[in-house]
Write a protein that binds this ligand. Structure first.
Ligand code: AMP
Length: 582
C-alpha cells in the first residue's frame, strides 16, 4: 500500500494530513491522487460515499490551484448543502499550511446576499449546490471563464434530485478546455449521457462498494429507550474511565441538555453548539484539547472542523438523518492508526436504520449491552478507593488533630468505620437506578414508550425554536412526517380529508420537488403546503402525488403566498422547489 508521500503530494499537504491523523490513503485516494495531480485527461471515479472521495479529488485540486492567480480555478458541484459544507471544511483543513487558497461554499437555504458579497473577493475554489450556483451565475456574481477544474461529486445523486437542467446550464457556462472529474456511486444512463456530452476520453477507476476508509473503527450499537440513553452513556463512561469522546446530538437543545445532565453528575463534559459565542466555543475546545474535558457534546454543524485526533469513542446519542453524517461523525475516532469505537444509541424501532447504514456504508455493527448497575457500582467503588489511596496532602496535618480524630474513632473497628464512610458516598457510587437499561423487543412497556418517543421526536422536530442546527442565516423546514397508514388509495384518513371544501374560484397548478419517494402521503404534503405558505386547506385543490415530485392546485388568490417556499432547504439538504406549472 502506498503512502501519501509516494502519491506525490507536497510537504504542506502532508503536514495537514498528519495533523488530521490520516495515515494511509484509502483505495479511491490511492487510485485517483497520482492521476489527478498530473493528468491532462478527464476522470471518472466510481466510489460510494464515505470512501474518502473528498481527499481523492480535494488534495490534487488544491495542489493544482495557483494561489497567485486571482480567479476561480476550481468548481465542485455537490447535491446537498451539508455535503458542500463538509467539502469546504475539509479543503480548508487540507490547505492549512499552503499559500492561501480561498475556498467558498455556496448553497441554497442561506442568504444569497452574503454569498454575493463573499464572491466579490477572489475565491480560488467554489463549492456549490447546482440550484444556488445557477442563480448566482444568472446574477453575474460568479465568473467561471478561467475555470480549470470542474468536480461533479455524487453526480448520480444530483441527477436523482432533479438537477439535470441546472447541470446542463452550468456546464454550458464553463470553458471547453477545463478538466472534468466526475465522482458517482453508480453509472445510470443519465450519467453516461453527461460523460458522452461533456467529457473527453476520461480515465475511469472503480472502487469496490464494500471498501472502507477506516477499518480501525469498530461500529457498535445499544438498544435502549430514549429516556434511558443518558443513564446508559454515564454507565459506559464509568466502566471506561479512559474514554475521550465526542457525543453527537441532533439539536442544540439536546446538546445543551445532555451536557447539563452530565455536568450535574460530575462528569467532565461540556456542550458545543451554535448558540454559543465564538469565544465560548473556543474556550470549550481549549479545555477539551487540554484534556480538562473528557466528553464533548456537539451538534454535527458545531463539530465541523474540530481537529482533535485522539478520540477513543464517538457516541451517537441520536442517529443522524444522513449517512454522510454517520461516516463523518465516526471518522473522528480511530485517527493516526489508532483503534476507535463508534457507539449508536437506538431504540428498537430504529433497527431498520442500523440495517440501512450497514448496507449502504458497507459496515458491520455489533450489538452491545449497557453495563449492569452492579458492575458500574463496583467500578466506581474501585475508582473511589484508588482515589483515596492515591491521595497525598499538600500540607502536613497537625499531629494533634490526627490524634484527636483517632481518639474519636477509637470505638469503631476498621470495618465499621469503612461502612460508615461508605454510607455517605453511596449516593454517588451507585447508579441512579438499578434497572436493566437494555431494551428488548418484548418489553411490556415498549408500546407505551414507543408512543412517547414518537411524541417526543415529533415535538423536537416540530419545535420551531429547536430546529436541527443549521448555519446561522439559513432557513430550514422539516420534511412532512411519514404516516404509517398514509395510503392514498382506498380507506384511510386521507379519504376522509378529501371531503374538505376545495377552492371555489380559479386555481393555478404548481410543481413541487417532493413526492411519494419522500415517504409522504397527500395529506402530509397538504399539511406541509398549508403550513409553509400560511394558507387554509380549503385553498388547495387537487394534489397529484408522483414519485420524486408532485403537483398541487392553489386558489389563485393565494398565488402570492407561494413565494414563501423560496430559500427553503429540506431536512435532507435538498433545496425545495415550487414553480407554477405552465
Ligand atoms: P469522505 O468519503 O471523503 O466523506 O470521507 C469519509 C471520512 O473518512 C471522513 O470523516 C474523512 O475525514 C475520513 N477519511 C478520509 N480519508 C481518510 C484517510 N486516508 N484516513 C483516515 N480517515 C480518512
Amino acid at each position: 500500500m502506498a503512502t501519501f508521500k509516494e502519491l506525490g503530494l507536497s510537504e504542506d499537504i502532508l503536514k495537514a494530513l498528519t495533523g488530521l491523523g490520516f495515515e494511509t490513503p484509502s483505495e479511491i485516494q490511492e487510485q485517483s491522487i497520482p492521476r489527478l495531480l498530473v493528468s491532462p485527461r478527464d476522470f471518472i471515479g466510481l466510489a460510494q460515499t464515505g470512501t474518502g472521495k473528498t481527499a481523492a479529488f480535494g488534495l490534487p485540486l488544491l495542489e493544482r490551484i495557483d494561489p497567485n492567480d486571482n480567479c476561480t480555478q476550481g468548481l465542485v458541484l455537490a447535491p446537498t448543502r451539508e455535503l458542500g459544507q463538509q467539502i469546504a471544511e475539509q479543503l480548508d483543513i487540507f490547505s492549512k499550511h499552503m499559500d492561501k487558497v480561498n475556498v467558498l461554499a455556496v448553497y441554497g437555504g442561506a442568504a444569497i446576499s452574503n454569498q454575493m458579497r463573499a464572491l466579490k473577493r477572489t475565491q480560488h475554489v467554489i463549492i456549490a449546490t447546482p440550484g444556488r450556483l445557477l442563480d448566482l451565475i444568472k446574477r453575474r456574481a460568479v465568473k467561471l471563464e478561467q475555470l480549470r477544474f470542474l468536480v461533479l461529486d455524487e453526480a448520480d445523486e444530483m441527477l436523482n434530485m432533479g438537477f439535470k437542467e441546472e447541470l446542463d446550464a452550468i456546464l454550458s457556462h464553463t470553458p471547453e478546455e477545463k478538466l472534468t472529474w466526475l465522482f458517482s456511486a453508480t453509472m445510470p444512463n443519465e450519467i453516461k449521457r453527461i460523460v458522452a456530452k461533456y467529457m473527453d476520453n476520461p480515465i475511469e477507476v472503480k472502487i469496490d462498494a464494500q471498501t472502507k476508509v477506516n477499518t480501525n473503527i469498530e461500529h457498535q450499537f445499544i438498544a435502549t429507550k430514549a429516556s434511558d440513553k443518558t443513564e446508559a452513556l454515564m454507565r459506559i463512561l464509568d466502566i471506561n474511565p479512559d474514554i475521550r469522546a465526542v457525543v453527537f446530538c441532533r439539536t442544540k437543545r439536546d446538546t445543551q441538555g445532555l451536557a447539563e445532565q452530565l455536568l450535574g453528575r460530575n462528569y467532565k463534559a461540556d456542550a458545543l453548539h451554535g448558540d454559543l459565542s465564538q469565544a465560548q466555543r473556543d474556550r470549550v475546545m481549549k479545555r477539551f484539547k487540554e484534556n480538562r474535558l473528557q466528553v464533548l457534546i456537539a451538534t454535527d454543524v458545531a463539530a465541523r472542523g474540530i481537529d482533535v485526533n485522539d478520540l477513543t469513542h464517538v457516541f451517537h446519542h441520536s442517529l443522524p438523518d444522513q449517512n454522510e453524517y454517520y461516516t463523518h461523525r465516526s471518522g473522528r475516532t480511530a485517527r493516526a492508526g489508532k483503534k476507535g469505537i463508534s457507539i449508536a444509541f437506538i431504540n428498537t424501532r430504529e433497527n431498520g436504520k442500523i440495517n440501512r447504514l450497514s448496507k449502504q456504508l458497507g459496515i458491520r455493527f455489533t450489538k452491545i449491552e449497557v453495563p449492569g448497575a452492579n458492575e458500574v457500582a463496583a467500578t466506581r467503588m474501585e475508582a473511589w478507593c484508588n482515589g483515596i489511596i492515591a491521595k497525598t496532602s499538600p500540607k502536613k496535618i497537625d499531629e494533634a488533630l490526627i490524634a484527636k480524630v483517632n481518639e474519636l474513632f477509637s470505638g469503631l473497628t476498621k470495618e465499621e468505620l469503612i461502612e460508615k464512610i461508605l454510607v455517605g458516598e453511596l449516593d454517588k457510587l451507585q447508579t441512579k437506578s438499578s434497572k436493566n437499561l437494555n431494551q428488548t423487543g418484548s418489553d411490556r412497556q415498549e408500546g407505551r414508550d414507543r408512543d412517547r418517543e414518537r411524541r417526543d421526536d415529533r415535538k423536537s422536530r416540530f419545535d420551531r425554536n429547536d430546529r436541527r442546527e443549521r448555519p446561522e442565516y439559513s432557513s430550514s423546514v422539516r420534511k412532512p412526517r411519514v404516516r404509517d397508514n398514509g395510503n392514498d388509495q382506498g380507506h384511510g384518513s386521507w379519504k376522509k380529508k378529501e371531503r374538505r371544501s376545495k377552492p371555489s374560484g380559479d386555481t393555478n397548478r404548481y410543481f413541487i420537488n417532493m413526492g411519494s419517494r419522500d415517504k409522504i402521503s397527500k395529506q402530509d404534503l397538504m399539511n406541509f403546503i398549508t403550513e409553509v405558505a400560511g394558507i387554509k386547506p380549503s385553498s388547495i385543490g387537487t394534489v397529484d402525488l408522483q414519485g420524486s415530485f408532485s403537483y398541487f392546485e392553489v386558489d389563485s388568490s393565494a398565488d402570492k403566498k407561494m413565494v414563501k417556499f423560496k430559500g427553503i432547504t429540506l431536512e435532507d439538504g435538498r433545496e425545495l422547489r415550487v414553480n407554477r406549472d405552465s
